[in-house]
Design a protein around this ligand. Structure first.
Ligand code: SF4
Length: 184
């Protein structure tokens, strides 16, 4: 039977979409396998690709800032991406890449962790997990789909760049905290 650990080993060897060709290291995800809350971002950036870990670059620092704001600790969460290998020049992953990586890996990770809540960070994760696009209308809300509860917010890279989005993200994370409090 697969475990998160064995799945991570398979992900590091995966060649199922073209993204494997330019990666340094695949980034399967990191954190607490017994968590009730899973975060799904977009794709590894340059630092994540170098270290093989999610959200360890600049957007990771920003994510930490948002988590600290609401007293959530990374060691209590599981964090991964919609695709596990870095797209060249940080381009947005294609629909086909998102679908392949979800069906092969993300769905299995979710199946093993069985989180009570999945936090969607940005458009690519929204597209991958819910096949939806209107992030600006959906953020800050709980959405039900596939017998799973999701909470939608912006990607940390957007929050980092645009002060207005940073303010929206702060409000989203405060709402998220109130939902998370109900889980414990
Ligand atoms: S992005 Fe996902 S599907 Fe594509 S090669 Fe990497 S692990 Fe495999």
């Amino acid at each position: 039977m697969s475990t998160l650990f064995s799945l991570a080993e398979e992900i590091r060897r995966c060649t199922s979409c073209p993204l494997w060709k330019k990666r340094t290291l695949a980034v399967p995800g990191d954190g607490n396998s017994k968590t009730k809350i899973m975060f799904v971002g977009e794709a590894p950036g340059v630092e994540e690709d170098r270290q093989g870990l999610p959200f360890v670059g600049k957007s990771g620092k920003f994510l930490n800032e948002m988590l600290n704001l609401v007293d959530l600790n990374r060691k209590d969460l599981f964090i991964t991406g919609a695709v596990k290998c870095r797209p060249e020049n940080n381009r947005v992953p294609s629909a086909k890449e998102l679908q392949t990586c979800k069906e092969l890996w993300l769905d299995k990770q979710i199946g093993l962790i069985k989180p009570e809540l999945i936090v969607i960070l940005g458009n690519s994760a929204l597209k991958s997990l819910l096949k939806k696009t209107k992030l600006s209308e959906l953020h800050g809300k709980i959405i039900m789909g596939n017998n799973q509860k999701y909470f939608v917010t912006y990607h940390p890279a957007a929050g980092m760049r645009f002060p207005k989005i940073k303010e929206e993200m702060k409000k989203d994370f405060l709402k998220l905290k109130s939902f998370v409090n109900l889980l414990y």
